[in-house]
Design a protein around this ligand. Structure first.
Ligand SMILES: C[S@@+](CC[C@H](N)C(=O)[O-])C[C@H]1O[C@@H](n2cnc3c(N)ncnc32)[C@H](O)[C@@H]1O
Length: 202
């Protein structure tokens, strides 16, 4: 998966994304926003915001900056952002154009399994998070104890061609993040294949 592949794939997904994924992802988004525990006036970053489904769950009295690689996905997010303190922009989550410590919180919904270098995207989110800030992740990960068998690799390759990688391990993405506490790691959809995770920055 590279950025060019994702641009093509998510241009194709954009017209049907909400129809296919809104209902199914409801429980995960609801829990992710609860774990963010946002206070009025706080500033939230959403890298890979896609069509903006997370916006439907957020409190009104916060500032949101959402970015995505795909103009087609962002176009769908615009309608959901209307009338709110939400800024949307094209951005590569692996290389953010924001200063260090400029956000109170960050939300990664279904991005770290998609972006070519998930560890780089999380590192960037962590860099722009203030001390005492938190990151919440809603995504699927390969269970830590699961073996990456040839069958898993084969199926993973097929799923990757659709724009998401089911074979990433959370521990690989977290390695080396300074001041990290893994505060929550909860099973969510599909028997725990999807998880909701909260990281706190010292
Ligand atoms: C599975 S969708 C998730 C969208 C949204 N976060 C959600 O929860 O519905 C993955 C999104 O990641 C975006 N994306 C892929 N690579 C990216 C990158 N390098 N930087 C920013 N966004 C990227 C895609 O364009 C797509 O909108």
């Amino acid at each position: 998966m590279d950025n060019q592949h994702n641009l093509c794939i998510y241009r194709l997904w954009s017209p049907v994304y909400d129809t296919l994924f809104k209902a199914i992802s409801h429980g995960g988004r609801q829990r992710a926003v609860a774990l963010l525990d946002l206070k009025p006036g706080e500033k939230l970053l959403i890298p890979g915001i896609g069509t903006g489904l997370d916006l439907l769950y957020l409190p009104a009295a916060i500032t949101v900056v959402g970015g995505d690689l795909s103009p087609a996905m962002l176009a769908k997010a615009r309608a959901k952002a209307a009338g709110r303190d939400v800024t949307l922009c094209e951005m590569d989550a692996q290389k953010l154009d924001f200063p260090d410590a400029s956000f109170d919180a960050a939300l990664f919904s279904l991005l770290l399994s998609v972006v070519p270098d998930g560890a780089a995207a999380l590192r960037e989110g962590w860099r722009v998070l203030r001390p005492g800030g938190r990151v919440v992740i809603f995504d699927k990960f390969l269970p830590e104890q699961a073996r990456l068998t040839p069958a898993r690799q084969l199926i993973g390759g097929l799923i990757r061609s659709l724009g998401t990688d089911p074979n990433r391990r959370l521990s690989d993405l977290l390695r080396g993040l300074p001041g990290l506490t893994l505060s929550y790691d909860e099973p969510n959809l599909f028997g725990g294949q999807y998880r909701v995770i909260r990281l706190d920055k010292a």
